[in-house]
Design a protein around this ligand. Structure first.
Ligand SMILES: *Cc1c(COP(=O)(O)O)cnc(C)c1O
Length: 377
């Protein structure tokens, strides 16, 4: 049997967690949280990184910081995880879904401008599979219309667009360290803040509306309640687990890329023969091998190939992905689709994700490719 995902774990994780326990330093904003924040700041060049309890919470924080209010509209793809929309729906905003590009499954940047109304407040690009959205175009549109940009870079750590890290283009960027992501702390995430001016507000909202972060740094001698807020601090034990992986981030990334490239090479003849489609990585994008997917003819074919053939007959756990949000009960209730759904539904029904995780071996990739090739022969 080959699993779809195995959560990443670095060798040093247990030592670091033990250290937290031994020193009785297990609450939020301890030494390991600080190390993770600094590592991400250094690696991405963002002005500030704050570790959070999830990417969902990082996005909620971003929605609060962007001052999203009831009736505001937020433009995003429908082909994404629920949290992309939820964070804004919680503020009373309306998600306005725009169609995707079939080559990357990312929001079609050419359709964004037509979806802008007087109520539009923000654009939320989602970097699917760690492959960047067309950020030059998106940032230019946002600037011209005075809109905020909040990047859902849940899958995008270690990826770049024209040499710049994903999550650092928009006013805010959100990373996920869920166990299904390239780097994990079980449950966790990070908020990347582009401008210094937003850092203090972010620290306050993340710490229950208090200026406790300033107090911990010794900048004030007692802390108090000064704004609305919530609690978005992960335990330092979780940060310790994550930090062990960040220390070997390149090694993890290289191993994933090697698997991804091997899949791509071996399945290219099938794509050339018109049997399947492979992912596209546009010029200027460097990706992090978050996901390897193929596209089959349609939903019926997917069911047969993925569940019957790969899983039941060969023990390979491949999985589908998002059901478009605009077709879900909450999507119908809270959002609307702008324009025509040419690709969102059709492409989502054809997509199959093959096993991909740190620790997957080349032999396993070969075995999977043999089976895939055999099916389409
Ligand atoms: C995983 C994921 C999220 C949610 O991340 P959590 O850390 O589980 O909250 C949001 N958006 C996308 C695109 C994701 O892949």
């Amino acid at each position: 049997m080959i699993n779809f995902n195995v959560p990443p774990c670095a060798e040093k994780a247990m030592d670091y967690i033990k250290e937290c326990v031994k020193n009785q330093k297990i609450c939020g904003d301890g030494a390991y949280t600080k190390r993770c924040n600094e590592w991400i700041e250094k690696r991405t060049g963002t002005a500030k990184c704050l570790l959070t309890t999830s990417c969902t919470h990082a996005t909620e924080l971003a929605a609060l910081l962007a001052d999203i209010r009831p009736g505001d509209e937020v433009i995003m793809p429908s082909y994404t995880f629920v949290s992309t929309a939820d964070a804004f729906v919680l503020r009373g905003a309306v998600p306005v879904f725009v169609d995707i590009r079939p080559d990357t499954m990312n929001i079609d940047e050419k359709l964004i401008e037509a979806a802008i109304t007087e109520k539009t407040k923000a654009i939320v690009p989602v970097h699917y599979a760690g492959v960047a959205c067309e950020m030059d175009t998106i940032m230019e549109i946002a600037k011209r219309h005075g809109l905020k940009v909040i990047e859902d870079a849940a899958q995008g750590i270690m990826s770049t667009y024209k040499g710049k890290a994903l999550g650092t283009f928009g006013d805010f960027g959100c990373y996920s360290f869920h166990e299904t992501k390239n780097y994990s702390m079980g449950e966790g995430g990070a908020l990347l803040i582009r401008e210094e001016k937003d850092v203090e507000d972010a620290e306050i909202i993340r710490e229950k509306g208090t200026n406790r972060t300033k107090f911990i740094r010794g900048q004030i001698d007692k802390y108090t309640w000064i704004n609305y807020g919530s609690s978005y601090l992960p335990s330092d034990m979780n940060a310790a687990y994550l930090y062990a992986q960040l220390e070997i981030a390149d090694e993890i990334n290289d191993a994933r890329l090697a698997c991804w490239n091997h899949y791509y090479e071996r399945l290219t003849p099938l794509a050339d023969a018109g049997k399947i489609e492979l992912p596209t990585v546009p010029e200027g994008c460097v990706h992090n091998a978050h996901m390897f997917y193929i596209k089959v003819a349609d939903g019926t074919e997917r069911e047969r190939f993925m569940n019957q053939y790969l899983k039941a007959e060969n023990g390979i756990y491949a999985v589908s992905h998002y059901v478009p949000l605009h077709t879900a009960p909450a999507g119908l209730k809270f959002g609307r689709f702008h324009g025509e759904d040419r690709y969102t539904t059709r492409e989502s029904e054809r997509l199959v994700r093959l096993p991909m995780y740190y620790g997957l071996t080349m032999e396993q990739v070969d075995y999977i490719c043999d089976k895939v090739i055999n099916y389409f022969a």
